[in-house]
Design a protein around this ligand. Structure first.
Ligand SMILES: Cc1cc2nc3c(=O)[nH]c(=O)nc-3n(C[C@H](O)[C@H](O)[C@H](O)COP(=O)(O)OP(=O)(O)OC[C@H]3O[C@@H](n4cnc5c(N)ncnc54)[C@H](O)[C@@H]3O)c2cc1C
Length: 425
């Protein structure tokens, strides 16, 4: 759970062009980041990452302990001048508050639902608490088909929802969308009506445009070191976030990730080490996750096909940064090989996510102050329909290269404050 860096809110030059400045700076979100880290019980170590944004607040919880391999690797990286830092993790463990409680030992849940409720996610941190209120109802298996407006088209009046093949209309004084950047944009487009023929709140023509995904992918180092980590996702490296000695422009950040699943490890090993078993491959590999910034482009967009299904058109925008970031990780292991022979002659496997990997989707309902160049204003309220708000990452004008969840959570708290104050709720 990362805060975006101060520079992520500014226009920054990249290999692929420029990122768009946000209409407010980091300082506007700072107190909401503080609140979000508390709400999501983030474990971390303030001051360990030289690129981190300023705050006077410590992390609510100390960082998770490293295992022997990651501890050693982290200190070796420090010895060659890099700054590995404990990943800020949204986790709630029984042993956090009670040393005598049966501990939950973390394994590979980062990309999966967590039945132990140790992952501090939207459900455990917010939804369960909200459901305790008598006036909150959660309806599951309900598909929001359209947002409805009054005849004049200047107020949202409710939503049309499909529940068990039946259309049900819910009236509403305020409507918030948080379907994820692709589905929120699609919902706006599906909700076209007489006053909004090109999709709701689309007077700018930008609904669905500027889709960003981040350039994400995995690099797996096959080394001579024995990797017996149970929970490998422990540290990050942001030393190349703003560039490198041989890279003028920002590259991105690198994290250890949860272990790849057996099929993926076997697939990677099949060409490099066809005779090795899964267990051997797993023990000799270390898995990294890399993220580089994607830049807004109106060519990258969500639209609807004639049958109403969603079409995503996307071309990579700033891929040089990602390729250079991969090179940096490989170079780092060459340097590690000079101090530890187990890291000599590393073989690399991995994969790059493309448009099929939309885990960090954002940007399709751009925020800005000029209604002709953005869909929502600084309160994430659509310029065209003031009681229609957007509370997912679709408002991002640009997306930095850190994982987005904490930023969209912090922003939702900010929007919530505005709504409570503005509507005297
Ligand atoms: C495998 C994976 C790992 C990730 N790891 C990290 C991480 O480590 N750190 C991080 O910061 N981010 C991470 N992310 C990204 C993070 O999960 C997202 O940024 C975040 O969940 C987005 O939150 P959201 O509420 O906007 O959207 P979502 O969490 O996608 O929720 C949107 C909800 O809306 C529902 N919905 C959509 N359309 C409709 C409709 N028409 N009607 C009704 N319901 C609808 C969907 O079913 C879904 O439940 C990860 C994502 C994935 C997929």
């Amino acid at each position: 759970m990362f805060r975006f860096r101060e520079r992520d809110f500014k226009e920054v030059k990249h290999y692929g062009g420029k990122s768009t400045a946000w209409p407010f700076g980091y300082e506007t979100l700072e107190k909401y980041y503080d609140e979000s880290e508390k709400l999501f019980s983030v474990h971390g170590l303030r001051g360990s990452d030289p690129t981190e944004s300023p705050t006077s607040m410590e992390y609510p919880r100390p960082h998770l302990p490293f295992e022997p391999l990651t501890l050693e690797l982290s200190s070796q990286l420090k010895s060659i001048g890099l700054n590995p830092f404990p990943l800020p993790m949204a986790i709630r463990l029984p042993q956090d508050d009670n040393k005598n409680a049966s501990p939950v030992l973390l394994e590979n849940f980062d990309g999966f639902p967590d039945p132990t409720d140790s992952k501090a996610n939207g459900q455990t941190s917010c939804l369960n608490k909200a459901l305790a209120y008598f006036n909150v109802t959660l309806i599951t298996n309900a598909f929001v088909n359209r947002i409805l407006t009054n005849v004049e088209g200047n107020l949202a009046t409710g939503v049309e929802v499909v529940i068990e093949d039946e259309k049900v209309v819910f009236d509403a004084g305020l409507v918030f969308t948080a379907c994820g950047a692709i589905n929120s944009a699609a919902l706006f487009l599906r909700s076209a009506n007489e006053k909004h023929p090109n999709g709701l709140a689309n007077s700018s023509g930008l609904v669905g445009k500027n889709l960003m995904l981040h350039h994400n992918g995995c690099l797996v180092a096959f080394t001579k070191k024995n990797n017996d980590c149970k929970f490998q996702k422990s540290f990050g490296l942001a030393d190349f976030y703003n560039g490198a000695t041989d890279s003028e422009y920002p590259l991105g950040e690198i994290q250890l990730m949860g272990r790849n699943d057996p099929d993926t490890i076997l697939w990677m090993g099949s060409t490099l080490y066809p005779d090795k078993s899964y267990e051997e491959l797993r023990a000799s590999s270390i898995d990294f996750w890399l993220t580089a910034e994607d830049l807004p482009s109106t060519n990258n967009q969500v639209s609807l096909k004639e049958d109403g299904s969603i079409k995503v058109s996307y071309d990579r925008t700033n891929y040089t940064a990602y390729e250079r970031l991969k090179d940096k990780l490989k170079e780092t292991f060459v340097r590690l090989g000079e101090i530890d022979s187990d890291y000599k002659d590393v073989q690399w496997g991995g994969y790059d996510l493309d448009v099929s990997g939309v885990s960090h989707q954002n940007g399709t309902l751009k925020m800005g102050t000029d209604p002709s160049e953005s869909v929502v204003n600084i309160h994430c309220q659509t310029h065209d329909i003031p009681n229609l708000f957007v509370c997912d990452a679709s408002f991002f004008p640009s997306c930095g290269a850190f994982n987005p969840a904490l930023t969209l959570i912090a922003n939702s708290l900010r929007v919530g404050d505005y709504v409570v104050e503005h509507y005297k709720l």
